[in-house]
Design a protein around this ligand. Structure first.
Ligand code: 5GP
Ligand code: ZN
Length: 113
């Protein structure tokens, strides 16, 4: 998937609507269209990076912003603030959108792995 046809680039450009949870210059957080938990957000760096396999050293700040966003999101959680982060890298891992993103899951017990 090249950058022109990337669904997350279109969501970032507001060409496709989404439920936005948090946005800054570097990151967009939206609700996943097909939630796997009561809280299922996608933390998406605005820069089009395919996945961690394609991450350049110069993109490290974009990657780190994912964790900063997760920290901000966790502060709004009830209970003990537990959450799980998942990043799929490559088709065999389950990646279906080839624009780097991190799943933020919370709101239920996730003791399986
Ligand atoms: P992946 O499978 O690549 O790790 O995760 C892609 C995620 O994007 C999936 O959980 C899927 O439900 C979500 N998704 C795909 N298309 C859209 C969309 O148009 N809007 C939103 N909000 N989520 C989407
Ligand atoms: Zn993209």
């Amino acid at each position: 998937m090249d950058i022109k046809n990337c669904i997350f680039c279109k969501i970032i450009a507001k060409e496709i609507p989404s439920d936005i949870i948090l946005e800054n210059d570097d990151i967009l957080v939206i609700k996943d269209l097909h939630p796997k938990a009561p809280i299922h957000y996608l933390i998406i760096p605005k820069k089009h990076i395919v996945n961690i396999k394609e991450l350049h050293d110069a993109d490290l700040l974009n990657a780190a912003q994912i964790m900063i966003a997760a920290r901000e999101l966790s502060r709004k959680l009830s209970g003990d603030g537990s959450f799980r982060l998942i990043m799929n890298n490559g088709a065999d891992s389950g990646q279906s959108v080839f624009h780097m993103h991190c799943h933020f899951l919370s709101g239920k017990k996730m003791l399986d792995f």
